[in-house]
Each structure stands twice: as structure tokens, then as C-alpha cells.
Design a protein around this ligand. Structure first.
Ligand SMILES: Nc1nc2c(c(=O)[nH]1)N[C@H]1C(S)=C(S)[C@@H](COP(=O)(O)OP(=O)(O)OC[C@H]3O[C@@H](n4cnc5c(=O)[nH]c(N)nc54)[C@H](O)[C@@H]3O)O[C@H]1N2
Ligand SMILES: Nc1nc2c(c(=O)[nH]1)N[C@H]1C(S)=C(S)[C@@H](COP(=O)(O)OP(=O)(O)OC[C@H]3O[C@@H](n4cnc5c(=O)[nH]c(N)nc54)[C@H](O)[C@@H]3O)O[C@H]1N2
Ligand SMILES: [Mo]
Length: 674
């Protein structure tokens, strides 16, 4: 029996340190626990990841390369050898490259693993052949663009370990008890130290119940709420003029916009009572060490980036950034300052290269926004002819599933899916290639919810013939005679390159130390007060201008309700959606939450099956009539696999390819439906 430390690879801010118990003789993972030595993990894992043993050994895990033996979308496969699969894929690829060039090839990938090597490095292959470039917009680009417009790049905010020192906490557009559960102990500590916690969200969740107050806001209206609060603060003279003069720029333009958001008008737009807005604004300013934890959820609206900007500028008005625990946090990802020059072939897009054979880097290649995959596969001219999917499950997670499906069904599209599970995307593949899990390959990890960097050794042998993503693309690279050396790097070499040129905060963190210690905290000052004198913007100051726009969500007569589709407690996006115990934990099937007022108007009772229509399509769900959502808004938690739904269709059959106001991001929480 082996006990080994490892890092959770999933797309979650917490990047937990985990203790795996492994039966080495059987090569079986028996148990996952939280690492008691990690100051953020604090000895507990989440409800999902405790179930990783079932996932690692699930009957739906592909163990051998599989070649399609039936129709696309079906379930007929033939087991083939790696040799046969790779030779055939390389031959098909050469034919496409010869006839149509690199742009006919599209890699589609996201953050199934957050390990630098397996997440980002496979891109080297695609950049070497000049493939179409995927803009990775499905989650974080709207938030990134918004944060960077105000605070600059790299992106970081309050150190989560300073949160216990905050005196007032707004959990604004984040369901942190589900999606950032290792913040909870810090929130509890803050509360013990006297802080009050307010959840600002359109529906009541675990997080609302945990908070001291829940403010129900109309989706997509937060910019109006923030402006009204700014107006109250300045009118009461509670802004910090000395701080504003020293560290910020452009407040006048911002306040001109704010002037229009009287309590009355903001109350009407947001559905938050005027007294509440005023009280919260005054409390926020007076507490001084006020902290806003926000997340990407709030950005998934047509005006989402502007809303995020308006919210995260409030601590700049009051000067909260000067106090330990005060300020805002979207992500800590920028704090690590890795040297990404050779990660995923970045250099191939920047430095001129001499093409040779199939090595044809093309910095001017076309860009494809991943949020518009459906259109990319069905409408682009010249078309995509080869699609490689890894670390993602687009048939379920990408918007407008109907269109995505239409694309995946194209007989002239050659599709290869690298996977750890026979997902609904894998069913459309010409080849499914079995991928290793985080326990089976080495990798370097950072985090977006704390300041620790970590290294994973492979702690068990692969199941079946599973191989890392990077192994597959190196094998294809050899078959295409690509001489680019970084394509063949191992995880150690990549990690050493990423750790080169240390910033002062990363000084002394070497691969050798990481191998010995597992995880290491960055040497950031404590408390961490990054914006006490200014910001990382070109002006060196926090930017209020251009002032964020207020773009409200739209509904229509035909589609008068707003559908929110936020994360579920027991799944991580679609990961874990096939684990029986977790599906049970979520209630066995996806359920639509409907406010009693909206239910009554439509004759809906709890348990009834309802048809939900949008411009994109329709699905059938069981309804639960509950006061949890704000009236006019319906909520369906979780990007479930399709099978558990009554009609076998995923929720993204309803969502659209509409993009956010900045950053070209997805708008999953602003769907007009009936
Ligand atoms: N358990 C679990 N954890 C996860 C995930 C998961 O699927 N399950 N996913 C991971 C990933 S990839 C990400 S990006 C993060 C996402 O983490 P979060 O940002 O927490 O999740 P979101 O869906 O993006 O939105 C969270 C909350 O925003 C609210 N919201 C939506 N629109 C608005 C609005 O206009 N105004 C306000 N005030 N609130 C709004 C939703 O009701 C929801 O409660 O979580 C990660 N962690
Ligand atoms: N309606 C709606 N849709 C959403 C969201 C929403 O809130 N509402 N959230 C969006 C967000 S925030 C995000 S981030 C996206 C996430 O969408 P995805 O990035 O697609 O995330 P997952 O659904 O978790 O799928 C990840 C897949 O990667 C596989 N995988 C994991 N590790 C590896 C590996 O090492 N190699 C290979 N080859 N595969 C691996 C897993 O088995 C899994 O099937 O979904 C988005 N979709
Ligand atoms: Mo995400």
C-alpha cells in the first residue's frame, strides 16, 4: 500500500494538495484525501474528488486506442494498436495538410487538467503545423480583459490567506461553497474576527445560506448596482481622496456615469431595494478592510466584463486596498510569473521560423473563438477538416449544442478525441485515444485561488494503454518529421524552463525543491497589498476610465425568462458527470428551479415536466417550484452529461454563441427562454 502526495488537476481555484492511497500490486487507486499539511487544502478534499477512485477505474474509461466501427455518435468501436492508430492519423493529417494547409486543422482544448505540461504544451504540435489558432474564451477571457483594464496584467488580487483579516465580505456572483470550497475556512475565520458576509447572487444556494445576508439581484444588472453604491459612497464623503490621487486615474468619468444611477433607478434595474443598496454601500466604505470575492460567473452576460469592472473598482474608491484583507479577488493566476516562452510553442507564433516539410508555423493563421465552435464547424470557409479534442468535452460544454452536433456529425470531418472517459464528444470521434490521469503523469501546477506552486510525480502506472497528451503529439510529430525540439520535451525539461528567470516572488523555487517538498508558497509579502500605490496598467494606476458601460440582459416577449446555468456541487463542469454516486448526490437528474410567480403564470407544479425553449433549441426538464431564484429567472445547476436528462439533451442546446462585451467570452448565464 502506497501513500503519495499529489495535486488535484481540475479546473478549480483551490488546486488542492491530495493524499492518494494506492494498491501498487493491483495498480488501483483506493482513496483520495485532503493533505493536512497544505495551508489552503487544510486536510479536506471536495465532495467530488473524494470519488476520484471510481473515476480512475470507471468502466467508461477508455483503456486502448479505439477506431470508429459504426456511425458518428454511435457506440461501435474496434480496438487497435497505438502503432496503427498513430500511423493512420498521421497519414490522414498529411493528406489534409498537403491539400488544404494547416488552417484546415483545429485543436479544441480547455482545462480538463490544469497541469502546465498536459494543459498547454500539446499546442506546440498545432503551432508547428500552422493549424488554426483556438482562442480559449469559454471561461475566463471576459474576466481577464475586465480585470486587466482596471488593474493591469499580470492578474492577481487579495491573497486568500489574508481573508481572515477582512471586516466585510461580499461574495459577489460566486457560489464559493461549491466552486471555491477551500475559501470557506478563511471566511469562517474572518467571521470569527467580526466580519459580516453578504452574498450577491440571483438565486439562493448553499453560499447564500452560509452568508449573513443574501441580496437577490437581477442577472446582468450588477454594473448598475455597483455604480449606485459608488454614488452613495462619494455623496457621503466616504471615498479616500488621498488614495485616489495617489493610486488611481479617471474617477471623474466614472462618477459622471455613476451620477445617473440614483438609488431609485438602480433599484428598478437590479430589483434590489434602494435602502439595501444604500446600507451596503455605507457599510462597505466604513468597514475599510472590505473584500469582494468575485468570479467568472458574473461575466457570463453580454455586459459581463463591464459589470466585473464596475464591481472590482469599488475598493479603489474607498481605498480598501490599503488594509490587509481589503480589496478584491478574481484570480491569483498572474502571481506565479512563470516563464512561458516555450510553453505550447508560444515562440512559434512570435519568432520567424524557417518552414521545413510539415513544420510550417504561421503567426498569421486564422483565429477561432472556441465559444463559436458550432459555427466554426458548420459555416467556416475554407472549412475545418481535422479536429483534435483533448482536455475538453465540447458536445456538452460548448454553447448551442445543436450546432456543435451538426458539425461533429459531418462525414468529411476527421475527428480525434483524447480522453479519460467515453464522453458524449468521444462518440463522434474517428479515433478515441486513451489519456492518462494526473496520478499517471508528472506535471507542474499553479493555482487560481492561492499562492502555492506544486509538482506531481506520476504515482501509479497508467491504466491499460493510456498515454499522456504530449506523448501522442510527439509521436505524431515524429511521423510528420517535425524537428522542433520543444515538441519532444519531457515534463522535467518543461518545468525547468517554466521556472527560469524567477521573479522576486518565485526566487529560490526550483524543480529539485518542488520534487522534495511537493508544494511551495511564493515569497510574496505578507500581508499582500499589491495595489497600495498603483497598479500594473500602462499608466501605473488603477484605471477608472473608460468607465464601464451598463449593458443589461435582454428578454423578449417570446422569451421572457432568463436562464442561468451555473456549476453544480457534485460535478466539475462535465467531469464526474458519469460517476453514479455523484449523479445521485445531485438528485439523479437535472432539475429546473422556477419561482412560484413564474410557475403559477404557466401552471407549473413541482415534479412536472416542462419544455424550455430558446432561440437555439428546446429541452425537457423536471421543474421544482421554489423561492430560491429571483422572479423572472430560472436556474439549472450543472453541465450534466446528456443521459440523465428526460429527453437525453444537454442544457447547452439552449445557450447561444453570443459573446461578452470584452474578451470575446461566453454568455452562459443570460439565456432568454420560455
Ligand atoms: N463544484 C464545482 N466547482 C467548480 C466548477 C463546477 O462545475 N463545479 N467549475 C469550475 C470552473 S471551470 C469555474 S470557471 C469556476 C466558476 O465558479 P463561479 O464563478 O462560482 O461559477 P459561475 O457559474 O461562473 O457563477 C457563480 C454564481 O454567479 C451567479 N451569477 C450568474 N449571473 C450573475 C449576475 O449577473 N450577477 C450576479 N451577482 N451573480 C450572477 C450564479 O447564480 C452563481 O451562483 O468554478 C470552478 N469550480
Ligand atoms: N451551460 C454552461 N456551460 C458551461 C459552463 C456553465 O457555467 N454553463 N461553464 C463553462 C466553463 S466555466 C468551462 S471552464 C467549460 C469547461 O469545459 P471543459 O474544459 O470541457 O471541462 P470538462 O467538462 O470538465 O471536460 C474536461 C474533459 O477533459 C478530460 N481530461 C482531463 N484530463 C485530461 C488529460 O490529461 N488529457 C485528456 N486528453 N483529457 C483530459 C476529462 O476527462 C473531461 O472529459 O465549460 C463551460 N460550459
Ligand atoms: Mo471555467
Amino acid at each position: 500500500m502506497l501513500k503519495a502526495r499529489t495535486t488535484c488537476p481540475l479546473d478549480c481555484p483551490d488546486a488542492c494538495s491530495l493524499i492518494a492511497t494506492i494498491d501498487e500490486a493491483q495498480n488501483r487507486l483506493l482513496k483520495i484525501e485532503g493533505d493536512p499539511n497544505h495551508p489552503v487544502t487544510q486536510g479536506f478534499a471536495c465532495v467530488k474528488t473524494y470519488r476520484y477512485p471510481e473515476r480512475n477505474h470507471h468502466p467508461l474509461r477508455p483503456l486502448y486506442p479505439l477506431k470508429r466501427a459504426g456511425t458518428k455518435g454511435g457506440d461501435k468501436w474496434k480496438r487497435v494498436s497505438w502503432e496503427e492508430a498513430l500511423d493512420d492519423i498521421a497519414a490522414r493529417l498529411k493528406k489534409i495538410l498537403d491539400a488544404h494547409g494547416g488552417e484546415a486543422v483545429l485543436p479544441y482544448h480547455y482545462a480538463g487538467t490544469m497541469g502546465q505540461m498536459q494543459y498547454a504544451h500539446p499546442n506546440t504540435f498545432f503551432r508547428a503545423i500552422g493549424a488554426s489558432e483556438l482562442d480559449e474564451t469559454i471561461c475566463a477571457t471576459a474576466g481577464a480583459a475586465a480585470w486587466e483594464a482596471s488593474y493591469g496584467s499580470p492578474r492577481y488580487g487579495v491573497d486568500p490567506e489574508d481573508v481572515p483579516r477582512a471586516k466585510l465580505i461580499f461574495l459577489w456572483g460566486i457560489n464559493s461553497l461549491y466552486t471555491n470550497s477551500h475559501l470557506t475556512p478563511k471566511l469562517k475565520e474572518a467571521r470569527k474576527n467580526g466580519a459580516r458576509i453578504v452574498h450577491i447572487d440571483p438565486y439562493e444556494s448553499h453560499t447564500s445560506k452560509f452568508a449573513d445576508e443574501h441580496v437577490k439581484v437581477r442577472p446582468g444588472s450588477d454594473a448598475a448596482l455597483a455604480y449606485a453604491m459608488a454614488r452613495v459612497i462619494v455623496k457621503a464623503g466616504l471615498h479616500d481622496q488621498v488614495y485616489l490621487d495617489r493610486a488611481t486615474k479617471g474617477l471623474e468619468a466614472f462618477m459622471q456615469e455613476a451620477e445617473q444611477w440614483t438609488l431609485e433607478r438602480a433599484g428598478a434595474a437590479t430589483a434590489v431595494p434602494a435602502e439595501t443598496i444604500e446600507r451596503l454601500a455605507l457599510e462597505f466604505a466604513r468597514a475599510k478592510a472590505s473584500f469582494i470575492r468575485t468570479s467568472y460567473g458574473i461575466t457570463r452576460h453580454p455586459g459581463g466584463a463591464s459589470a466585473l469592472r464596475a464591481i472590482t473598482l469599488l475598493p479603489a474608491i474607498t481605498g480598501a486596498w490599503q488594509y490587509p484583507g481589503g480589496g478584491a479577488l478574481l484570480s491569483t493566476s498572474g502571481v506565479f510569473g512563470l516563464n512561458k516562452k516555450f510553453l505550447g510553442g508560444e515562440h512559434l507564433l512570435k519568432e520567424p521560423q524557417t518552414p521545413k516539410g510539415y513544420f510550417r508555423p504561421n503567426p498569421r493563421t486564422r483565429h477561432i473563438n472556441m465559444t463559436r465552435l458550432g459555427s466554426a464547424l458548420t459555416k467556416l470557409n475554407p472549412p475545418i477538416r481535422a479536429l483534435f479534442v483533448y482536455n475538453s468535452n465540447p458536445a456538452v460544454v460548448a454553447p448551442d449544442s445543436g450546432k456543435v452536433r451538426e458539425g461533429l456529425l459531418r462525414e468529411d470531418l476527421f475527428t480525434v478525441v483524447l480522453e479519460q472517459a467515453m464522453t458524449e464528444t468521444a462518440k463522434y470521434a474517428d479515433y478515441v485515444l486513451p489519456a492518462t490521469t494526473f496520478l499517471e503523469h508528472p506535471d507542474l501546477y499553479t493555482a487560481y485561488g492561492h499562492f502555492y506552486i506544486s509538482w506531481n510525480q506520476a504515482v501509479m502506472k497508467p491504466q491499460g494503454e493510456a498515454r499522456p497528451n504530449t506523448w501522442v503529439f510527439a509521436e505524431l510529430g515524429k511521423r510528420l518529421d517535425i524537428e522542433e525540439p520543444t515538441l519532444y520535451w519531457d515534463a522535467d525539461t518543461l518545468a525547468r524552463s517554466l521556472l527560469q528567470n524567477p521573479t522576486p516572488w518565485r526566487e529560490g523555487i526550483t524543480l529539485e525543491r518542488l520534487k522534495k517538498e511537493g508544494f511551495i508558497r511564493l515569497a510574496t509579502p505578507r500581508p499582500f497589498l499589491p495595489f497600495v500605490n498603483g497598479a500594473n496598467t500602462p499608466s501605473g494606476r488603477i484605471q477608472f476610465d473608460p468607465p464601464p458601460a451598463v449593458i443589461l440582459d435582454e428578454t423578449t416577449e417570446e422569451f421572457p425568462l432568463t436562464l442561468l446555468t451555473p456549476p453544480a456541487h457534485h460535478f466539475l463542469n462535465s467531469t464526474y458527470g458519469h460517476i453514479e454516486q455523484l449523479v445521485e448526490g445531485e438528485g439523479g437528474e437535472p432539475v429546473l428551479l422556477v419561482h412560484p410567480q413564474d410557475a403559477k403564470a404557466r401552471g407549473i407544479v413541482s415534479g412536472a415536466q416542462v419544455r424550455i425553449r430558446s432561440r437555439q433549441g428546446e429541452v425537457v426538464r423536471k421543474a421544482a417550484v421554489t423561492g430560491a431564484p429571483i422572479a423572472g429567472t430560472v436556474v439549472l445547476e450543472g453541465t450534466w452529461w446528456e443521459r440523465p436528462a428526460p429527453d437525453g439533451k444537454g442544457i447547452n442546446h439552449l445557450t447561444s454563441e453570443r459573446l461578452t462585451d470584452m474578451g470575446g467570452g461566453s454568455t452562459f448565464h443570460s439565456n432568454p427562454v420560455q
